[in-house]
Design a protein around this ligand. Structure first.
Ligand code: GDP
Ligand code: IMO
Ligand code: MG
Length: 429
């Protein structure tokens, strides 16, 4: 059985928690896109794990956790993360890194930082982990892959050429001063030493992860594809240019995880029962008032990777409908219902008003999206503590109605409800 789990909004939907729960029954977990721009939280037995590139299935002994072909790997950051996981008493022996994955190099970090600075107020608000520049090199076919990194002669030669090219690029684009201030990070001997050392430590995890996933499937085992980011951060389907540089939609698992579309049995979208985003870009249901602050504090909405406060707003069903369509969702895992407890009324956006016309399909371009004002339906809230609920019947009527309303509006079943951060605080709906 192959299950794909994708973020249905702008990321941070609680994917880490759901993947960890579902990984209990998985033999193989595969991350296929993105890099350490992701921040996935798993809470188990009072311990909080913050994972960035290591798949969220790592907490189970014997689960093979793959960093797939379409991921970008910062080897220094990955080693740090692996050490943190091990310090928590968890083995990383099950980790595998696809030979095809591209390597985030120090010049990618420098270029990410400098291009954001050069954009000024028009910046994207990236995580500055070098993700975009790394995918640029991949698309230009000059990138360094995990295979190259772990073959010393190949790496040494490619690195020398790339550092020369990037120096020209950085000086040309951002000026000599900007380059000189960062020259130390781009010194050939230093980069070669640090990356060769990392390569020596990581080479034992090298694999063709597409074979691992396919063979597991053929043997009747369970394979989970772990989404990072979210549908609206997809390079094609998201709110371009305020997106990431990979394909977090379920189709991305096929292209970037190397799995044929007909082999995926289930596509589950992970959503929060309100909306958040970090970084810049349009967000129709964003709240700038005390309700937004209430949601941010009650939901602890601060970035796992950058610590930035997340922008918060009401649930947007135009977005969820879009996610259902684009990802071919067979079910939704709805997280953080407990965060809304205590609100007298809950608003839900059912459509957009675009100059008098009601739009229910998410616009293809942000300039159209900017013309949209949300149309809200107001539903009653609840005050009861729901963090110990273990079934739908335990929920107050208003909370159960909220779920039913969502299902009816988006035409997709809510299959899992989250009422707290711990792996035990979710139940099938
Ligand atoms: P991800 O990037 O999709 O894995 O999500 P993040 O980890 O960035 O952000 C989700 C946050 O919500 C984390 O702090 C989780 O521990 C927390 N969380 C997940 N599900 C629930 C839930 O149902 N209720 C509450 N209160 N917190 C949750
Ligand atoms: P998880 O997996 C939320 C956002 C950044 C920025 C844009 C581009 O935890 O849900 P990038 O560094 O990727 O070039 O930044 O994408 N972004 C995320 N937002 N959750 C994430 O991951 C994100 N990964 C990238 O904030 O707006
Ligand atoms: Mg996150």
């Amino acid at each position: 059985m192959i299950t794909a789990l994708a973020g249905a909004q702008w990321g941070d939907e609680g994917k880490g928690k759901i993947i960890d729960i579902m990984a209990a029954k998985a033999d193989v977990v595969v991350r296929a896109t993105g890099g350490n721009n992701a921040g996935h939280t798993v809470v188990s037995d009072g311990k909080t794990y913050k994972l960035h590139l290591v798949p969220s299935g790592i907490l189970y002994d014997g689960t093979v956790c793959c960093i797939g072909p379409g991921c970008v790997v910062d080897p220094l950051s990955l080693l740090k993360e692996m050490a943190e996981v091990e310090a928590n008493g968890t083995s990383v022996d099950g980790l595998r890194i696809d030979w095809r994955a591209h390597i985030v190099m120090p010049y990618h970090l420098v270029i990410d930082e400098l291009s954001e600075l050069a954009k000024g107020a028009g910046d994207i608000g990236t995580t500055r982990k070098g993700i975009g520049p790394c995918y640029m090199d991949k698309a230009e076919r000059v990138g360094i892959r995990f295979y190259d990194l772990t073959h010393p002669e190949v790496f040494a030669e490619k690195l020398r050429a790339m550092l020369e090219n990037k120096k020209k690029y950085i000086v040309g684009m951002f000026g000599k001063e900007a380059y000189d201030a960062r020259a130390d990070k781009l010194d050939y001997d230093k980069v070669l030493a640090a990356y060769s050392d990392a390569a020596a430590k990581l080479v034992r995890y090298g694999a063709d992860t597409t074979v691992i996933a396919y063979n597991a499937h053929k043997e009747g085992k369970n394979v989970l594809f772990e989404g990072a980011q979210g549908t609206l951060l997809d390079l094609d389907m998201g709110t371009y240019p305020y997106v990431t540089s990979s394909h977090p939609v379920t189709g991305g698992f096929c292209v970037s995880g190397g799995i044929g579309p007909t082999l995926i049995d289930e596509c589950i979208g992970i959503a929060k029962c309100y909306t958040t985003r970090v970084g810049k870009g349009p967000f129709p249901t964003e709240l700038f008032d005390e309700t937004g602050d209430y949601i941010r504090e009650a939901g602890a909405e601060y970035g796992v990777t950058t610590g930035r406060p997340r922008r918060c707003g009401w649930l947007d069903l135009v977005i969820l409908r879009y996610a259902v369509r684009i990802n071919g969702l067979t079910g939704i895992a709805l997280n953080k219902l407990d965060t809304l407890t205590g609100l007298k009324e809950i608003k839900v956006c059912t459509g957009y008003d675009m100059g008098g016309e009601i739009v229910t399909d998410f616009p293809a371009d942000i300039r159209e999206l900017e013309k949209c004002t949300p149309v809200y339906e107001t539903l009653p809230g609840w005050t009861e503590d729901i963090t110990k609920a273990t079934k739908l019947d335990d929920l107050p009527a208003a909370a159960a109605n909220y779920i039913k309303f969502i299902e009816k509006e988006i035409g997709c079943k809510v299959i899992l409800v989250g009422v707290g951060p711990d792996r035990t605080q979710s139940f099938p709906a």
